[in-house]
Design a protein around this ligand. Structure first.
Ligand SMILES: NC(=O)c1ccc[n+]([C@@H]2O[C@H](COP(=O)([O-])OP(=O)(O)OC[C@H]3O[C@@H](n4cnc5c(N)ncnc54)[C@H](OP(=O)(O)O)[C@@H]3O)[C@@H](O)[C@H]2O)c1
Length: 220
């Protein structure tokens, strides 16, 4: 994705695989804000939500024909091929589906859950910086970039860290001030009363109850 202020074609399309996840809702909003035409997937109950965040088109990922439907939509737009995307699920075939949609020469960011699990099983600490590609994943000519948010928090990772600082110090405040990003942009599920409520929040997530909402645990 480009940062605001960088020039890019306003007609570039951007795939967010799963726009109704906690990560995906912000991704849809931010990608639309910088001018991408966003195509995403979600359950039908969340279509209104992702559209309100700026998605130009949304498809149901439960539909066995979802890939061909998205390809048809892309063709109908007449803007050329879909080449950039973010996979906010990164399991159960979502990487393969995203890769299929982007095709050779595409660029995909994934949240690398499968690799993370492998690393944790192997006893690696959570703060892992260089994430290897899983050997069994055929990326079909798509440049797949696996991202762990933690890597951006270390000054040692110069590029990621610089972008994180720039985002927090300049871009985010400017967006908030201009009201392009406002409070309550995504629905929140709040567990208030302090960290004692963390297990309750984790159970909520584990039980798969999150849908179209960001889970927040307050410190007090
Ligand atoms: N790499 C990192 O630094 C990083 C950071 C944060 C999160 N993550 C990872 O990112 C993933 C998403 O986290 P999150 O908190 O944003 O998720 P979440 O809000 O808990 O996601 C739940 C939603 O995922 C959707 N979903 C489930 N399976 C799907 C599939 N196969 N295709 C499309 N949508 C599907 C469902 O949407 P519907 O209700 O619409 O069906 C559900 O509402 C997790 O695996 C998490 O571990 C990684």
């Amino acid at each position: 994705m480009v940062l605001p202020g960088f020039v890019h074609s306003p007609s570039t399309q951007f795939l967010v695989w799963a726009g109704s996840t906690g990560v995906g809702m912000y991704a849809v909003k931010l990608a639309s804000l910088v001018g991408y035409k966003v195509v995403t997937v979600a359950s039908k109950r969340n279509w209104g939500l992702v559209k309100s965040l700026g998605a130009a088109a949304v498809f149901d990922y439960h539909d066995p024909d979802v890939i061909s439907s998205i390809k048809t939509w892309v063709q109908e737009q007449g803007l050329g091929p879909l080449k950039k995307g973010l996979d906010t699920i990164s399991e159960n075939g979502s990487q393969e589906k995203s890769v299929e949609l982007l095709g050779e020469g595409g660029r995909l960011i994934t949240l690398c859950k499968d690799v993370l699990i492998l690393l944790l099983k192997a006893g690696f600490h959570l703060f892992v910086f260089s994430v290897p590609s899983p050997k069994n994943f055929d990326s079909k000519g798509v440049d797949v970039h696996r991202v762990l948010i933690y890597s951006a928090l270390k000054p040692k990772n110069e590029d990621d860290f610089r972008q994180m600082v720039e985002w927090n110090k300049e871009i985010l405040p400017a967006y908030l001030e201009s009201e392009k990003l406002s409070k309550g942009v995504v629905p929140l599920k709040v567990f208030s009363g302090g960290l004692d409520h963390l297990p309750e929040a984790l159970d909520y997530v584990r039980q798969g109850k999150t849908s179209g909402q960001k889970v927040v645990v307050t410190l007090k």
